[in-house]
Design a protein. Structure first.
Length: 346
């Protein structure tokens, strides 16, 4: 009987052992499957994160610091050495993901900009002296004219004062270099736009050696004092350097040659100016470095992407106008009395 019992027990132990082994295998396979899935998900997650980092790298700062104004992100630090080569002309810091998103955002900003412009002008009728001056500087084809067309087009043109500065006339040459600038300043309640500006007198004047270096050196200080006096008189000065790459400029110049309707915008002298590219970059670095002040800071606008350039300048204008927060003036007459007179037909 003992042997029979023993024989009867042996198959049971084998079955139990087999079942136990099968369970262990199943558990191991299940765990292995979960690990594989987790590993795959981790790889996909890393890949997505990597791709997102590559495609949205310029906007990373905007996500980490959503409250940082664009004016601070693009501002040239005061008193620091400037190397334009360290600024990527194709970057889109804190900007929209693409052109379509930028255009949609500009349409939304347009309504707010128009409202603030009207309030600024309305406030001037009651004595508010505040106004805005947008200064646009940049190499040829950087988009100064395009900015005027696409950005300033968001405003009521009757409240804007646009001035494009060319080579000084004989009359202007007989006066200090800031004389013609002061004549073109916006009136109170207006938005002024300078397509080139007084900075030409420390840019081309430096590259082409039009004035002695000693005189040129004094001009930076004169500009700073002039701009500070403007801010004391109620002018908000927004200075934008449209930063374009050498390759992008070549492409835009070639496009002008390829299109007969753009030939009028091409000047053979532009080719000669390209040969002086390093000298102009140095001249801009010096001007931006010496004239980015607390009162009137410079902003470097990546300009290889036209849609970003337009969006960024629109955003800068919006930030500054919102900071001004102009208000409609209160009525200086009896509103209810006038309403009653109109209703009674008087």
């Amino acid at each position: 009987m003992a042997k029979t019992k023993s024989k009867a027990q042996k198959p049971g132990k084998k079955a139990e052992k087999a079942a136990s082994d099968a369970t262990a295998v199943a558990v191991a396979e299940k765990a292995k499957g979960k690990a594989a899935k987790a590993g795959k998900a981790g790889k996909v997650g890393k890949a997505k994160a990597g791709n997102a980092g590559k495609s949205a790298k310029p906007a990373k700062s905007a996500k980490s610091k959503p409250s940082t104004p664009l004016s601070e992100l693009l501002r040239v630090p005061e008193g620091e050495r400037l190397d334009l080569a360290s600024y990527d002309p194709r970057s889109t810091p804190a900007g929209p993901a693409d052109k379509a998103e930028a255009l949609a955002d500009m349409a939304r900003m347009g309504e707010r900009l128009a409202d603030l412009q009207e309030r600024l002008y309305a406030a001037s009728t009651s004595g508010d002296r505040r106004r805005v001056l947008l200064v646009l500087q940049g190499m040829d084809t950087s988009g100064k004219g395009g900015t005027v067309k696409h950005v300033i087009g968001l405003f009521n043109p009757s409240g804007c004062r646009i001035k494009a500065f060319k080579a000084p006339t004989p009359e202007e040459q007989n006066h200090p270099f800031l004389w013609r600038i002061m004549k073109a300043l916006p009136e109170r309640g207006e938005i002024g736009i300078f397509d080139r500006s007084h900075y030409e007198d420390v840019l081309i004047a430096r590259v082409r050696e039009l004035v002695p270096r000693s005189q040129l050196g004094r001009r930076y200080g004169q500009i700073n004092r002039f701009e500070k006096s403007l801010t004391h008189d109620g002018v908000t000065v927004i200075k934008c350097f449209l930063h374009i790459s050498n390759d992008e400029q070549r492409g835009r110049l070639l496009e002008r040659l390829d299109r007969p309707d753009k030939h009028w915008k091409f000047n053979p002298g532009d080719i000669e100016e390209r040969a002086l590219w390093p000298a102009y970059q140095e001249a801009y670095e010096i001007a931006l470095e010496r004239c980015s002040t607390e009162a009137a800071p410079w902003h470097v606008i990546p300009a290889d992407r036209k849609w970003y350039r337009n969006w960024a300048i629109s955003k800068l204008l919006l930030e500054h106008l919102e900071a001004l927060d102009p208000q409609y003036p209160k009525a200086d007459f009896d509103v209810e009395e006038c309403r009653a007179r109109l209703l009674t037909g008087e």
